[in-house]
Design a protein around this ligand. Structure first.
Ligand code: NAP
Length: 306
């Protein structure tokens, strides 16, 4: 089978590897081994975040791997507590120090949800208008601390809301949940029309749904027909839709397996697309209720929360 492209080119000209090792829920004591194994096996892209609480161990593993920094793609994310423009650089500095690096390849606004500093209270002004936070990120690019900036968990309305501003740098990516259960065809089309690269998180459905994902009849059938594993079918399909894919695993054999993506024959690609779009979409990650937002953060209605 033909391999799929190993990277995408961003507006900055940087090349982002198309499959990453995700490290959410990769616990302390496990994550370092997983990162080292991944780098040995050929991964060059690690998708992390400050809130995952494991950046120090990730940084140490990267250092010990012997892979030159310039060959690596490291992503981290700005947590909700630090959206006030004056807090953004200090938050980045904490991640840089933990990761033991001078710069990030990509820094994302983790959620379009801001908290008032030192509280669990939503800051509705910075939640509904992310531009002041974005401008603080743009300054980090100018300072050379971050090579590319982007967003995560933004729906179409929020993308439009942000990009209506006079941006110095447009978002390089939008990292969102994309899986068999939540395929988001409208967001995929919008992103294509607007030359925005999407990154697929929880591609296997997350730890609660991975078993069900791998047992989907169409996934099983395609796996048998082309001679790859069910996880490879799903990751290949998501990559073939044009997204970066971010599978997480701390298991060496699965880490190896997840990096091998292939171009599915068009009829099989369409078969899986049809099956994914043929059921009610279901998200695995949505903190709206938990943070007391008062409305669904993925609601496409504008103004938000009305
Ligand atoms: N921006 C955001 O808000 C956001 C939200 C969620 C996730 N993410 C990113 O996306 C990454 C992946 O998402 P996720 O961790 O939710 O879900 P996922 O990658 O869809 O699923 C991870 C689960 O699948 C298992 N697994 C991995 N490969 C497998 C294989 N080949 N066969 C069988 N089981 C396999 C893992 O087990 P083992 O580890 O035990 O092998 C783990 O239980 C995260 O690590 C993070 O980087 C971002």
């Amino acid at each position: 089978m033909k391999p799929l492209p190993s990277y995408y080119e961003l507006p900055s000209g940087d090349k982002i590897p198309s499959v990453a090792l995700g490290v959410w829920k990769a616990s302390k004591g496990q994550v370092g081994q997983a990162v080292k194994h991944a780098l040995k096996t050929g991964y060059r892209h690690i998708d992390g975040a400050w809130i995952y609480g494991n950046e120090e161990e990730v940084g140490k593993a990267i250092g010990e791997s012997g892979v030159p920094r310039g060959d690596l793609w490291i992503t981290s994310k700005l947590w909700n507590d630090f959206h006030a423009p004056e807090d953004v650089e200090a938050a980045l500095d904490v991640s840089l120090k933990a990761l033991n690096t001078e710069y990030l390849d990509l820094y994302l606004i983790h959620w379009p949800i801001a908290f008032k500093k030192g509280t669990r209270e939503v800051d509705h002004s910075l939640t509904e208008n992310v531009y002041p936070t974005w401008q603080a990120l743009e300054k980090l690019v100018d300072k050379g601390k971050v090579r590319n900036i982007g967003v995560s968990n933004f729906n179409i309305a929020r993308m439009k809301n942000l990009t209506a501003n006079p941006l110095k740098y447009t978002p390089a990516v939008n990292q969102v949940e994309l899986s068999f259960w939540n395929p988001q065809p409208s967001l995929i089309s919008w992103a294509k029309e607007n030359h925005l690269l999407l990154e697929a998180y929880s591609p296997l459905g997350g730890d609660g749904q991975v078993g069900n994902s791998l047992r989907v009849p169409e996934v099983q059938e395609i796996a048998k027909e082309v001679g790859i594993t069910p996880a490879q079918v799903i990751i290949s399909w998501l990559a073939q839709r044009g997204s970066v894919v971010l599978p997480k695993s701390v298991t060496p054999s699965r880490i190896d397996e997840n990096l091998q993506v292939y171009e599915l024959p068009q009829d099989l690609f369409e078969k899986l697309e049809k099956a994914a779009e043929g059921h009610e979409p279901k998200r695995t990650v949505n903190p709206s209720k938990g943070v007391g937002l008062g409305y669904d953060v993925f609601d496409e209605g504008w103004p938000f929360g009305q």
